[in-house]
Ligand binder design. Structure first.
Ligand code: NDP
Length: 245
């Protein structure tokens, strides 16, 4: 590892945004620990950069495994400079048909997992007086519409957690960045393509009205996750990193 190289821990790094962020960080000369339940999607990146990319199996809904992975990474790398809580999935459907189990599972994935991993890695950031936590939310963290209530509820919770945390850790030199993507070409988008479409007026009207930096366009065309990843790296490098991207 060279002098200024950072150590990243990215969840959900085998696909979509997580994979794009991992690639961008490696291209910047940094070291990446990429996690996912199935790490096969990282095999080529590990093979291309065996000295700077490691894949670790991690289900972020498994709290004990989170603690074990965090402890192992800190023991071997000495630090994590950038934590990217990205693992997630879409859930679209009538609220009336959403079960408690589905709602809890989604909160485990989008809120409790990121919360636990953040708590596991914050102390070493605080001791070093630097570090960044990037929480991948969604345009759905700020707005919602029919079929989107469960997903939006989890992302809104993640955002409020992040906003308070940002104020709490800023005095220790730690940045918190909330990313609110619109529609991007990832595995997730593929699964909900018919729903996340300009053909769906509920989606087009509300998403098209928002103008976030990493928005995937006007809602009619999914964006390129590599562009979102580049924006995340730029934002983290800036002196005046925004709270939301
Ligand atoms: P992808 O489906 O392409 O990638 C999802 C990643 O998360 C995969 O690596 C997957 O790997 C991992 N993952 C899923 N469940 C778990 C789990 N329980 N534990 C650990 N890893 C898990 O989707 P995206 O890249 O689009 O999604 C990334 C984030 O972006 C999500 O938080 C999503 O909500 C957000 N987002 C995406 C948008 C889009 O347009 N694509 C828009 C707004 C937000 P594996 O299944 O092997 O675990």
């Amino acid at each position: 590892m060279s002098g200024n190289a950072r150590v990243w821990l990215v969840t959900g790094a085998s696909s979509g945004f997580g994979r794009a962020v991992a690639e961008a960080a490696v291209a910047a000369g940094d070291t990446v620990i990429g996690t996912a339940r199935r790490t096969g999607g990282l095999d080529d990146l590990v093979a291309a950069h065996p000295d700077r990319v490691e894949a670790i199996a991690l289900d972020v809904t498994d709290g004990e495994r989170i603690d074990a992975v965090a402890a192992d990474v800190l023991a071997r790398y000495g630090r994590v400079d950038v934590l990217v809580n990205n693992a997630g999935r879409t859930q679209v459907g009538a609220f009336e048909e959403t079960t408690d189990r589905e709602l809890r599972d989604l909160f485990e994935l989008h809120v409790f997992g990121p919360a636990r991993l953040t708590r596991a890695l914050l102390p070493q950031m605080r001791e070093r007086g630097s570090g960044s936590v990037v929480n991948i939310s969604s345009f759905g963290g700020q707005l919602s519409f029919a079929g989107f209530s469960a997903y939006s509820a989890t992302k809104a919770a993640l955002e409020q957690l992040s906003e308070g945390l940002a104020d709490e850790v800023a005095p220790f030199g730690i940045k918190v960045l909330i990313v609110e993507p619109g529609a991007f070409r990832t595995g997730l988008f593929g699964k909900g393509a018919a729903y996340f479409s300009a053909e769906n007026p509920a989606y087009a009207e509300k998403v098209g009205a928002t103008r976030r930096l990493v928005q995937g366009g006007d809602g009619s065309q999914p964006g390129d996750p590599a562009k979102a990843a580049a924006a995340i790296l730029l934002a983290l490098d800036a002196d005046d990193t925004p709270l939301r991207l």
